[in-house]
Ligand binder design. Structure first.
Ligand SMILES: Nc1ncnc2c1ncn2[C@@H]1O[C@H](COP(=O)(O)O)[C@@H](OP(=O)(O)O)[C@H]1O
Ligand SMILES: [Mg+2]
Length: 266
């Protein structure tokens, strides 16, 4: 895999998809449809998906592509694959809360090794560089020219007062009970894969996810976090990393964190 080319393409496609999504976000009322799994989908998901998958297939014709919005791609089994969630946080998008992201990642040997997460309404762009280090890019976020990039890294957590981030739309008692085992200085909620990015920049120390997600929801955020020094492990066995390419691409519950966190058992 040519990581240099991959990073350039992922970044550009994420920005283009973000523009498309924002046109719809800022435009007239859009229809909300319901998928077979009961989750909502809009023309923004579909438009972003079409743009990203066409771009990736053109640039990397030999690499398998799994994307949330194309169920035929959910049968793919490959050692190396690209995985896309064109609009993660669709509920945030529909409710116009801003916490939605474009997600593109590369999985190799069960781990997301490169990825981009773009939150167009927040103007935040995170991606791994060719060498694997994660950066946040600031400024104009020009599709043709890379602006200022700042390497990001996870916090050195204070276990006497942790910053915890959790889902905005999927929150339950089990999550609260788990978080209750820690000394928490501040809690914040965020939608979509932005939560991984907040741990990656050190804005949060810990993100427990005791709820369903699919691999496309987490792969890009996981890559961004890993490239900033963070870890993602299974909630039922924190000794084990969250791996990819699983049956039906469904994830178990997981915990994303800065390695200095004194991790509590399930
Ligand atoms: N019961 C369920 N099964 C599978 N995925 C679920 C789910 N409930 C939530 N998710 C996933 O969690 C994502 C939202 O995460 P969060 O709550 O952290 O914002 C959704 O992404 P989409 O918006 O891309 O569908 C959705 O795929
Ligand atoms: Mg999603």
């Amino acid at each position: 895999m040519d990581y240099g080319k991959l990073v350039v393409e992922m970044r550009r496609l994420a920005l283009e998809a973000g523009d498309k999504i924002m046109e719809i976000y800022d435009g007239p009322e859009f229809e909300v449809m319901v998928k077979s799994d009961n989750s909502p989908v809009t023309v923004a998901d579909e438009a972003a998906d079409a743009l990203i998958s066409a771009g990736l297939r053109a640039a990397f014709p030999d690499v398998a592509l799994v994307t949330e919005e194309q169920s035929a791609s959910h049968d793919i089994r490959a050692k190396t694959f690209l995985i896309v969630d064109p609009l993660d946080g669709t509920k945030e998008f529909i409710n116009r809360r801003g916490d939605f992201t474009v997600n593109i990642a590369l999985v190799e040997e069960g781990q997301p090794t490169r990825g981009v997460v773009y939150a167009p309404a927040k103007g935040r762009l995170f991606y791994t560089q060719a060498d694997g280090q994660t950066v946040e890019e600031t400024g104009a976020l020009d599709k043709q020219a890379v602006g200022e990039t700042k390497p990001i890294s996870v916090s050195s957590p204070d276990n006497g007062g942790l910053m915890v981030v959790a889902s905005k739309s999927h929150r339950d008692q089990a999550t609260d009970d788990y978080i209750g085992q820690y000394e928490v200085r501040d809690m914040t909620s965020a939608g979509s894969s932005l939560k991984f990015c907040l741990v990656a920049t050190g804005e949060a120390d810990l993100y427990p996810r005791l709820g369903r997600t699919m691999e496309w929801d987490t792969a890009a955020g996981h890559a961004v976090l890993a490239g900033a020094g963070g870890l993602v492990v299974r909630f039922d066995n924190p000794q084990l990393p969250l791996v990819y390419g699983k049956e039906s691409f469904a994830n178990p519950f997981f915990i994303a964190y800065a390695p200095g966190v004194d991790l509590k058992g399930a």
